[in-house]
Design a protein around this ligand. Sequence first.
Ligand code: NDP
Length: 480
Amino acid sequence: MLQLQNYIQGQLVPPTAGRYLPNIEPATGQVFSQIPESDAQDVALAVQAAEAALPAWRQLPAEERGQLLVRISELITRDLEPLAQAESQDNGKPVSLARTVDIPRAASNFAFFGTAAQHFASETHFQEGVALNYTVRHPLGVVGCISPWNLPLYLFTWKIAPALAAGCCVVAKPSEITPYTAFLLSKLCIEAGLPAGVLNIVHGTGPAAGQAIIEHPTIKAISFTGGTKTGEHIARTAAPLFKKLSLELGGKNPNIIFADCDLAEAVRTSLRSSFANQGQICLCGSRIFVERPIYEQFKQEFLAGVASLTVGDPQEEASRQGALVSEAHLQKVLSYIELAHQEGGRLLAGGQRVQVPGRCAGGYFLQPTVFEGLAPDCRVNLEEIFGPVVTLTPFDSEEEVLTWANGTEYGLAATIWTRDLNRAHRVAHALHSGIVWINTWLHRDLRTPFGGMKNSGVGREGGLEALRFFTEPQSITVKL
Ligand code: NDP
């Protein structure tokens, strides 16, 4: 059986204690690989390797660091198909999605930050005749990157690439639930000639390997993407150690659909924003608010679209919905469907586990599910479900929908659908969301700040924000 290894000091190595965890394929429910159950000893070795590599890496000209990152990007693109297959097998997502979104975006993360390092400049503040103040941005040092299971390679590289570009050395942990492509990435880093110790990948559980990373005194910063509860725990642990923190956490995103929108486009994109990756994207819109005059028409067309989303083997091209990531997660999502019934919701579509015949008989499949008739402040409309479950709610005024949209503890992303330019900007500015898409969803420009307000996170990733995060400014003043 496939046995993954840690990547420490430029080599693939077994965990020190020799223990492994089973890794399950969500589409079949079968174990398909074993992953290192690493602990504090492995993290300590990884930190040592990173510390040793740091002086040479930070002094390497940005062009040369960048060339290595671009080389890794090229190798990811070369291996697009096997990486997409691996991501689909490990996560349960349709291979078509991994091929068009996850893996290309992972490649572009490395390409973007490989070149961005060369365009990163710092400020000068000149005081005429008095002083010249300039800022130097030093790499932070050894940093920790911890990522979740929903977009495994995509979010893992979204952290690692800017950290390396900024001149930091990295100790990274992918989710233990989806470690496969991070393992394949370590092989590509070796092939690309990344110097030993610059990037170290330690596999294992959050409480063991993750905890050792956030507690390690040498690690200067933690870049974390995951659940809000885990983020809170990390903040509590890392704050007294004065670590810099970037936390990308949960969401409960609203889609606001006004009567003057391009309805066909709003329906098409809302289907994607509701059910892409089985609704397991932090940016998915799970609360769909539709202005009353078009509510029934939107509902009809949306439900027709939901009926066409084939649930099936993620390896098959025709499948639009793959498996949820684990039995435990499936049970969590089913418990919210039960809660929606209890809270008085009317089930419009789905609601049941799906038995896919053949090799996927033991998989974790769920019908895309739609409810209406739920109060905007019920638990189903306030708590993150992180699965293929959405609610439809009619609204009568801009003021009303803004109150509902902003009425959760989260503030990650929102979409607005309207042809009225003034309203689009007005509503966008009034939303408590780190990211607002107008007449689109998941549009990507790597230069924009990415992250959430309120309990959706602290700090921003992307573009210069990420490079600033992984560096420490030093102000130097010269008296004239
Ligand atoms: P978790 O918070 O459970 O886990 C995220 C990562 O943290 C995993 O690698 C996990 O390891 C690790 N971890 C867990 N406990 C600790 C600990 N004590 N110390 C250090 N690391 C720890 O999130 P999920 O993997 O379940 O991901 C889903 C969540 O991620 C959702 O809430 C979603 O909204 C959020 N998310 C946010 C995004 C954003 O950009 N804002 C983007 C994507 C997802 P292990 O796997 O072993 O538990």
